[in-house]
Ligand binder design. Structure first.
Ligand SMILES: NC(=O)c1ccc[n+]([C@@H]2O[C@H](COP(=O)([O-])OP(=O)(O)OC[C@H]3O[C@@H](n4cnc5c(N)ncnc54)[C@H](O)[C@@H]3O)[C@@H](O)[C@H]2O)c1
Length: 243
């Protein structure tokens, strides 16, 4: 298991299904947590231990991103940034839902770009900085009604590679994780009932992923052992995209 003692991990979307599993996993590995979400995560922080802190932040607001990140960096440092918050509304590609499209891009793509940039000075100071961007299988293959979500997650994979390329010289690795459907509140929106059963059957391992399996992938990428891995997208998809 990764030993992250003495390191600070900033996790966005910490109130959600995957974010909570990440918080639990990173806390078990010894990291000090800065939990960030639109929703209050102070109960989660308190449950995990007195050294952890909760921050409320709307990732659609560039100025708030800069100021909250500067506050966390000054108070706690930032060694690991997990850009996990996401917006998962789906609609048909022929349906011009401009506001949903823009919101999806602001949360899933613009916020990881801005937050990573704001965190860079602290990641650089760390000497072993890590950025982990939570993408999706929908950023790799075409899924029905996933034009905006898929485009945002595909963009995040390319953003990961550009950040990795530019920041390798600063001792910062940047990687993405692309899960299949994960059993969380977000998945219920698009993958319940018959649609969910069909989707499970199309995954070679025959089931959706569990939040802790995504956390385990993030813990590996955050670890010292992963220092040579950068610009990669780790598929955690039960084989869905292998063909
Ligand atoms: N659940 C899945 O099936 C699945 C599959 C692949 C990828 N993902 C990705 O994993 C990540 C986590 O998803 P999840 O399933 O835990 O979803 P979730 O809905 O349970 O959690 C998402 C969290 O992001 C937060 N958030 C949304 N907008 C925000 C904003 N503007 N500012 C701050 N916080 C905001 C929400 O409050 C929520 O706590 C997302 O990026 C998602 O796209 C999820």
């Amino acid at each position: 298991m990764s030993d992250l003692s003495g390191l600070t991990a900033l996790i966005t979307g910490a109130a959600g299904g995957i974010g909570t599993a990440m918080a639990e996993g990173f806390a078990r590995a010894g990291a000090r947590l800065a939990l960030v979400d639109l929703r209050d995560t102070s109960d989660l922080a308190a449950r995990l231990g007195p050294e952890h802190r909760a921050f409320t932040l709307d990732l659609e607001d560039p100025e708030a991103i800069a100021s909250v990140c500067a506050g966390i960096g000054a108070e706690m440092g930032i060694d690991i940034l997990v850009n996990n918050a996401g917006h998962g509304v789906i609609f048909a590609a022929a349906d011009p839902q401009v506001e949903v499209w823009d919101r999806t891009m602001r949360i899933n793509l613009r916020a990881p770009w801005l937050l990573s940039a704001a965190a860079l000075p602290y990641l650089q100071r760390s000497g072993r900085g890590r950025v982990i961007n939570i993408s999706s299988q929908a950023g790799v293959v075409a899924l029905d009604e996933h034009a905006a979500y898929g485009a945002s997650k595909a963009g995040l994979i390319l953003l990961t590679r550009v950040q990795a390329f530019e920041w390798a010289r600063h001792g910062v690795t940047v990687n993405a994780i692309a899960p299949t459907v994960v059993d969380t509140p977000m998945a219920v929106i698009g993958w319940s009932g018959e649609k969910g059963d069909k989707a499970r059957a199309e995954i070679p391992v025959g089931r959706f992923a569990k939040p802790r399996e995504i956390a385990a992938a993030a813990l590996y990428l955050a670890s010292e052992d992963a220092a040579m891995v950068t610009g990669e997208t780790l598929m955690v998809d039960g084989g869905y995209t292998m063909r």
